[in-house]
Design a protein around this ligand. Structure first.
Ligand code: COA
Length: 159
């Protein structure tokens, strides 16, 4: 799946130096293929969807939208990834703006997302677009690693 190649390439480029080595080592094509197969199996438009960005028939960006497990009135924005060579050209901003519009049209009242605690570039990207930290955090754990994530939220007023 092209989305797996995009996701893996952007994920590795982003998190090397940010996430513990044990976490970096366990993420490979097989794990990502399983992750996206699960996402595609759960798609249920319009509230559980994937938006993509393409340029000349190439997939260059993706974002996954679903109802939050904590509150079904919240749209969870996850896996916003742009290919490294296409970053900082407005693709991520367009995908996020489309996600917010899509969320409003699908009847969500808020959008929320989780960002790795020391991923300051992404935090700056979201706050510059009106998202605010809620003060909530979660610890994700795996074999030999532990990562703290922070929640950000945005109101989706009626249009
Ligand atoms: C975060 C991301 C989705 C933003 O998409 P993008 O297309 O690069 O962003 P845009 O071009 O729309 O906006 C660029 C702005 O975002 C911020 N930004 C994006 N990447 C940044 C980086 N690596 N370092 C610092 N600021 C960054 C800056 O404010 C930048 O503005 P500037 O170029 O004028 O300084 C993209 O960089 C990406 O895919 N990163 C890797 C995956 C990731 O971290 N996803 C978020 C997980 S929570």
């Amino acid at each position: 799946m092209p989305v797996c190649a995009l996701y893996l390439s952007s994920w590795k480029a982003t998190y090397s130096g940010i996430l513990p080595q044990a976490r970096l080592d366990e993420v490979d094509h097989q794990l990502i293929a399983k992750l996206w197969a699960g996402i595609f199996a759960e798609l249920d438009l319009p509230r559980h969807s994937i938006l993509v960005a393409e340029e000349r028939d190439e997939l260059i960006g993706v974002v996954h939208l679903s109802p939050s497990v904590d509150d079904p009135n919240d749209m969870e924005v996850a896996r916003l990834y742009v290919l490294p060579e296409h970053q900082r050209r407005g693709v991520g901003s367009s995908l996020l703006a489309d996600a917010e519009r899509f969320g409003r049209l699908s009847g969500f009242r808020h959008a929320s997302l989780w960002v790795v605690e020391n991923h300051h570039a992404a935090q700056g990207f979201y706050t510059a677009r009106g998202w605010l930290p809620t003060g909530e955090s979660v610890t994700r754990q795996g074999d030999g690693w532990s990562v703290q994530e922070l929640r950000y939220r945005l109101a989706l007023p009626d249009v």
